[in-house]
Design a protein around this ligand. Structure first.
Ligand code: S3P
Length: 420
């Protein structure tokens, strides 16, 4: 029983967050088609509206958004609930740091455990007042007039880079961010697409201050991180052949496809458009058992959210798979390194962690515990669902309601593609 057929995953989550939040700093009006309908992006939309932004559904699948061009009422202590969304909290921090007023950004129990000092630090250097609780939310931000800075984040994080670049739009002088490894480039590409200016020289990005301008329409590409569940499952379940249509193909996002190819999967990519980022269709067909691969540290940011699913593939591959320096996984919605190890381990996966490296030896036959627990981590929940399809077994998985954070129609696509 394989996965067969084609599907269009939900709108890309990273791009959707940025479209909404960047409208705070842009003039004009746009109709966004195919925005992510997950709970995470709903948190960004809620924040946009809390600041006075107007966003109304239009036509099939469209949202008309009016840019605020950096102008909203003065708020003294506006509380903004970012829900489960680290991207909302971090990117919004950059925008509020350069805006008049006092804001309190909070979130759910998982978000309250995530590190925020990594964004607070550069924003303070720029001149904002940012307080957190032991480096974690809630964050209190007192916006101020900002100076441009030269900043090299200690972690490879698109959210930190994004927050500093967005704050840089509001500063008095240019801001430079130099990354340690390339991360998803959506913020800089969208700033340029929205008539702002970011110059890119390798890992060094310099943003000039300025207000953005929205295009009349924007078609959100599909999310490769959502497509990854079905594409990777196709590589490990005999007779499968799956095509994800109209997905984002930026290099910072498709590291998992490169790793699947290295492991021996049959992957084909057709590019259909290139502006503002590459978009196209991706097929993966089962072509025999995979072999283990080593994934090096600089690749990790290009597949960070796909590691749970690649780890599942590694349990079915011949030989050893190594993910180097995956310590960032410890500060996701859960300690994902531990969740992967425990939950895939409960299914028979032979996993070990040495320092910050994850080692998986395969292939292993599935064993079935009484139940699995995603810890309400959406990416774990979908990976465990796929593991049970690969194992052709049904046992309870706790916390699958979290799937709505990024992929509300996941179940629908499971039913669409699964062939009995
Ligand atoms: C994201 C960046 C990544 C990723 C997250 C979305 C973004 O986080 O894991 O799901 O949209 O910028 P980090 O920047 O913390 O690595």
């Amino acid at each position: 029983m394989p996965f067969v057929g084609s599907f269009i995953p939900p709108g890309d989550k990273s791009v959707s967050h940025r479209l909404i939040l960047m409208a705070l700093l842009a003039e004009g009006e746009t109709v966004i088609k195919g925005l992510s309908d997950g709970e995470d992006v709903a948190s960004s939309l809620k924040a946009f509206r809390a600041l006075g932004g107007e966003a109304k559904p239009e036509g099939e699948n469209g949202l008309r958004i009016k840019g605020l061009a950096g102008h909203w009422p003065y708020f003294d202590g506006l509380e903004i609930d970012c829900g489960n969304s680290g991207t909302t909290m971090r990117l919004l921090s950059g925008i509020l740091a350069g805006s008049k007023g006092r804001y309190i950004l909070d979130g759910d129990d998982q978000l309250r455990r995530r590190p925020m000092e990594r964004v607070a630090k550069p924003l303070r250097l720029m001149g904002a007042r940012v307080d957190c609780h032991n480096g974690r939310p809630p964050l209190t931000i007192e916006g101020s007039s900002l100076n441009g800075i030269n900043f090299s984040p200690a972690d490879a994080s698109a959210q930190v880079k994004g927050a500093v670049l967005l704050a840089g739009l509001l500063a008095h002088s240019p801001t430079t961010v130099t990354e340690i490894s390339p991360t998803r480039a959506h913020t800089e590409r969208l700033i340029n697409y929205f008539h702002g200016q970011v110059t890119i020289e390798g890992l060094k990005l310099t943003v000039s201050p300025g207000i953005l301008r929205l295009p009349p329409t924007f078609n959100t590409p599909g999310d490769p991180s959502s497509a990854a569940y079905f594409l990777t499952a196709a590589a490990i379940i005999p007779d499968s052949k799956v095509m994800a249509k109209n997905i984002l193909l930026s290099t910072g996002r498709i590291g998992f496809l490169k790793v699947l190819s290295r492991m021996g999967a049959q992957v084909s990519i057709t590019l259909t458009s290139d502006t503002p980022e590459p978009i196209g269709d991706v097929s993966v067909a089962y072509s025999g058992p995979l072999t283990g691969a080593e994934v090096l540290a600089p690749e990790i940011p290009t597949l960070i959210d796909e590691i749970p699913m690649l780890a599942l593939a590694a349990t079915q591959a011949h030989g050893e798979t190594i993910f180097r320096q995956v310590d960032e996984l410890r500060v996701k919605e859960t300690d994902r390194l531990m969740s992967i190890r425990h939950q895939l381990g409960a299914l028979g996966g032979r996993m070990s962690v040495e320092g910050d490296d994850l080692f998986i030896k395969g292939p292993t036959s599935f064993i079935l515990p009484e139940k699995l627990d995603s810890g309400r981590d959406h990416r774990l929940a979908m990976t465990l669902k796929m593991a049970l399809y690969a194992a052709k077994a049904q046992i309870p998985i706790l916390g699958t309601e979290s799937i709505a954070i990024s992929y509300p129609n996941f179940e629908e696509h499971l039913n669409l593609l699964w062939r009995n």
